[in-house]
Write a protein that binds this ligand. Sequence first.
Ligand SMILES: [Zn+2]
Length: 468
Amino acid sequence: MRFTFLAVALVSTSLLAQGPAQPDWAKLEEESMRHFQAIIKMDSTDPPGGEKPVVDYLKQVLEAEGIPVQIFALEAHRPNLVARFKGNGKKRPLLLMGHTDTVNVDPKKWTHPPFGAVRDGGWVYGRGTVDDKDNVIASLMTMLMLKRLNVPLDRDVIFLAEAGEEGTSRIGIQFMANQHFDAIDAEFCYAEGGSVARTGGAVKYARVQTVEKIPRAITVTARGIAGHGSVPLETNALAHLGEAVGAIAAWTPPQRINETTAAYFKRLASVSTPEEAARYRDVLSPDPKISGPADAYLRKNEPSHWSMLRTSLSPTMIGGGYRTNVIPSEGTANIDTRLAPDEDPMKFLELVKQVVNDPQVEVSYGARDTRPPTPTARLDSDAFRAIEANITKHYKAITLPTMSTGATDMAFLRQKGVQCYGIGPAADTEDGPKGFGAHSDQERILEGELFRFIRFNWDAVLDLARTR
Ligand SMILES: [Zn+2]
């Protein structure tokens, strides 16, 4: 009795001091690990996908707690799961999103089996451990705790476990956004796309994705007169193609800096060496005499930073000709184009044509299964504030709002007006080059960082959703 009384007294004190009771983290770590290992052991590589076993597992766990679940499937073996914990409706919902499929594996490259979920030396090994079953489990655990502690909320918290992120969004986020948006409509969304960087075991900074570039494909087609290879022609299509591709690759498209990238470089400067900091500040200068040298340095040494500053162009495929003694009449190249969010696509194409400057060469946009252009998630929103405050609390690190140079499923939600923020657990910067990152030959997560991410997730949800 006395013990119970003491426990109640402690809980009430903490309720008064800091809102709802905190979960029993030690117990939850064991439970989180059990669920995490269970879904890592399920092969949901995409293609072909086959996310159903993961979804069945999540459904059974959620329903056992009394949390209602809806299943939406365009293809029966590739379902999407939606669960909702209701608030009082004062504010619009918060959506937690994770994808249940993974990229493929080459089992020969794995020390531990890719679907073994083996725990070794503080790590968990397996496909999906950092992309994206970590987000799935963090969202799941947050839902379970909301229900168990019966936390009063000002807004609903919705969990979407989506299919097809790695292969085709047609059966996943596009299907949900276009045909079942009612089930996931929200003011804010937390999803994959962010990260916390650790170097030498110390956290350096956290990246929160607030906007992404828009993927397009440019096709370059050179045409000329066909002929015998023994007679060189100045109109040789492949020679013109080669020059055009070279000119495109050598070109520096004009900078387009947005709110996110400006904040990113300014904040990054504050945690960099003096030399690096000067470059990150210089590159934002409107004076090309100041920004030019910094920009050139980034191009050579920090290409992902250089890409964040502008629309980028990478030649990725080239083709033409069919035998050595024939000059072909045509050659084509594909240029992976990543538009800055505020770039006018047609005006940009005109610039590329000027760079090529060859009447024998046509430059046009090609077809691409792509993500839509999207607005930026705001940096002055309650959601960003909740994320930033909890990065400070859990990681004692600076938050860098980040524009992805790649594309994510958040694009489909942002297009619908949902403000989405990409978050993620901490990983060692040394781990990527060793071949353990997302989409890499092997994949692993630090157990302690999985647990820290779950606690961070819980607080970031609570701060945004609980009744004030
Ligand atoms: Zn992913």
